[in-house]
Design a protein around this ligand. Structure first.
Ligand code: PAF
Length: 283
């Protein structure tokens, strides 16, 4: 029988709930989210359950990772549906602070990210992004002190950044990446897919198709630059403006000169209408 999760909105309420778990020596897995939950998030929750006795899901639309021109105000907020989904998954605790709890008056600290955060991918187009993500995830980790934290591979650079940060700052959290969940036509699930107009949604699977084609070329030993240019052209012919279509080393995110420098990851970001999509694929 699914039971409703405890919902903590303040730091003392969060501590009380977590102290209860720790008193029973339960391991804790955290799934950080911004809400608007879809099947991709559900798969993160299920992964969390495989690792720990207790599962905490945070829902917080983090203002510091949005530039003023971006969609903080219009980011989908679907609280009731989110709680219904989490109840069906039998999770233990939802951490749902408001902005003042996370960033009280006078808040003046920000985690400075380097390494994978400066790989010239998302950071080139969203320079504010990883500082905001690292700061909020650093706070979530110190607030919840989980044993494990589960992040989607869909935000691959983000996964590398938070993994590096948890290790660099000795936060004692094992960061686990979880496979991207796709729609039947290959589009990666994302809370922002709701922004796509009908024609844009029809075009959107081209990102996955282009990455698959590029992966095939790389496996066949094709030139990296030619494979990247082919992928970018395929996406732009479908009506997207391509921010990047890159083949990188999967661990360091450094550019590669040859397809033999494995493991490789293809990473793409492209815009159509008002929507910006990102995706990636292992080679
Ligand atoms: O991937 C997300 O949903 C967000 O960037 C995260 C990790 C919850 C931080 O706000």
């Amino acid at each position: 029988m699914p039971s409703s999760p405890v919902i903590a909105r303040t730091i003392p309420a969060l501590r009380r709930a977590l102290d209860g778990f720790r008193a029973k020596k339960s391991t804790i897995a955290l799934v950080p989210t911004m809400g608007a939950l879809h099947d991709g998030h559900v798969s993160l929750v299920r992964q969390a359950k495989r690792h720990a006795r207790r599962v905490v899901v945070s829902i917080f639309v983090n203002p510091t990772q949005f530039a003023p021109s971006e969609d903080f105000g219009s980011y989908p907020r679907t609280w009731k549906a989110d709680i219904a989904r989490l109840k069906a998954e039998n999770i233990d605790l939802v951490w749902h602070p408001d902005v003042k709890t996370m960033y009280p008056e006078g808040f003046a600290t920000r985690i400075l990210t380097e390494g994978p955060a400066t790989a010239g991918l998302e950071d080139r187009f969203r320079p504010h992004f990883f500082g905001g993500v690292a700061t909020v995830v650093g706070k979530l980790f110190t607030q919840c002190r989980p044993d494990f934290a589960i992040f989607g591979e869909k935000d691959f650079q983000q996964l590398r950044v938070v993994t590096r940060m948890a290790s660099d700052l000795d936060l004692g959290v094992k960061v686990i990446g979880s496979r991207t969940v796709r729609e039947r036509d290959g589009l990666a699930m994302s809370s922002r897919n709701v922004y796509l107009l009908v024609e844009e949604r029809i075009a959107a699977p081209v990102l996955f198709q282009a990455m698959k084609q590029c992966a095939q070329r790389l496996r066949a030993g094709d030139d990296v630059q030619a494979a990247m240019a082919g992928g970018a052209a395929m996406i732009s012919n479908a009506g997207f403006a391509v921010d990047y279509f890159e083949v990188r080393h999967a661990e360091t995110l450094a550019p590669v000169a040859s397809s033999a420098e494995r493991p490789l990851r293809i990473l793409v970001a492209a815009r159509i209408g008002k929507t910006r999509l990102i995706d990636n694929l292992a080679v």
